[in-house]
Design a protein around this ligand. Structure first.
Ligand code: SF4
Ligand code: SF4
Length: 373
């Protein structure tokens, strides 16, 4: 196997400050075993991680969770990110963003807030998150606008809300959003547990894209709409995290450094912890970050495929989850012999009643699904 080329610096440092969250989203991207992972880095460790990331060349800093506003030191962390010259981005459910807290974060130098909604209707938003948060989120949207931050909304799409696409876009427009991210669900973590409930049909997706394009034509630059395409329906793999270890450096709440937030599930791979290693060493030299860099690790059909530089073989976690081999081609790709598993999941989701009720992301379910993890 030839050596992966030495990468450039990470552009994004994603600080997952905590897995704690007051919401219980059925598509949550946090690990299913989060209840076994209570350890969180302290303030000084996060400040050091920020300094090391900036010295390494990172320019964007995402502050996410769980719900990052649950960290009482968020203002301190934001202030250090600002002092270091990062463009900082808070990814939040909105719970905890009072007028006072928003003003404090603004004063600390926070550049950008991305607010998530689960749907355009109170009923579905509150059902999917298992909390009464729709009205609160609408108030938080006003607080964000009043602080002069760009209005950026995020809605995860799936079968239970994709039929509301017209209303979702209209809601974002009425709120004065400058950017709307419509992110089709990626089936890892809690979304994989609930996949039979969440996978939309081809027809639903086509309709959603048509409605999105009509709004784009109408609004032009006044509101930019990102439609993050799904991979299950297209027969094509997506370039996951823009390439393993090429742009994103994620630090999990306990300090584990990861090329993407779900990579820890992959067996046989060690990911270093920032408590014991510097970010420079982690980024350039660790086995975990080098394992799937570039194309040298590929096996067939990726190794000789004309697409290999474009999609880098797709997602390693999806390859492991669906094909049982993290070095396989992503089963979303029609060239993978395991692609029938993806097609079957789409077919079954349209035809069959799911085998179990929706599983909400909470500590009891986390313990039940990962006993003794
Ligand atoms: S997806 Fe929902 S439950 Fe998961 S961290 Fe975000 S707001 Fe919390
Ligand atoms: S075979 Fe591999 S490299 Fe080729 S398109 Fe499929 S996932 Fe991409």
């Amino acid at each position: 196997m030839t050596q992966a080329p030495r990468p450039g610096p990470p552009l994004w440092l994603l600080a997952e400050l905590t897995y704690r969250c007051p919401l219980h989203c059925v598509f949550c991207f946090n690990p299913v075993d989060f209840a076994q992972r209570d350890s969180e880095l302290g303030t000084e460790d996060w400040l050091r991680v920020l300094r090391e990331g900036r010295a390494l060349g990172a320019v964007q800093c995402g502050l996410s969770g769980g719900e990052p506003l649950l960290r009482e030191d968020l203002e301190t962390i934001v202030a250090e990110a600002s002092r270091l010259g990062y463009y900082s981005n808070l990814l939040t459910s909105g719970v905890g963003l009072s007028t006072q807290r928003a003003a404090a974060l603004k004063a600390a130098g926070l550049d950008h807030v991305q607010l998530s909604f689960q749907d355009s209707t109170r009923e579905m938003n509150d059902f999917l998150s298992h909390t009464r948060t729709f009205d609160l989120k609408s108030r938080v949207a006003r607080i964000i606008r009043d602080q002069g931050w760009p209005m950026v909304l995020n809605v995860v799409l799936h079968r239970m809300n994709i039929g509301h696409i017209e209303r979702i876009i209209a809601m974002a427009h009425a709120m004065g959003a400058e950017y709307l991210e419509l992110a089709n669900t990626q089936y890892y973590s809690w979304a994989l547990v609930n996949r039979a409930h969440l996978l939309p049909t081809h027809e639903q997706l086509r309709h959603a894209e048509e409605v999105t394009n009509a709004w784009r034509a109408r609004l032009g630059e006044r509101m930019r709409i990102f439609f993050v395409a799904p991979d299950y329906h297209e027969g094509r793999a997506k370039k996951c995290v823009n390439g393993w270890g090429s742009m994103f450096l994620t630090v999990a709440p306990d300090g584990t450094a990861l090329p993407c937030h779900t990579a820890r599930m992959l067996p046989g791979l060690e990911f270093p912890n920032v408590r014991a290693h510097g970010l420079r060493e982690i980024w350039f030299d660790s086995e975990g970050f080098n394992r799937f860099r570039g194309t040298a690790w590929m096996q067939e059909p990726c190794a000789s495929c004309a697409q290999r530089e474009q999609d880098l073989g797709g997602c390693r976690c999806q390859a492991y989850l669906l094909a049982g081999d993290a070095a396989a081609a992503d089963p979303a790709c029609a060239k993978n012999p395991e692609h029938h598993r993806v097609q079957q999941a789409v077919r079954q989701a349209a035809e069959r009643v799911p085998e179990h009720p929706l599983v909400f992301r909470d500590r009891a379910n986390s313990r039940r699904l990962t006993p003794g993890a």
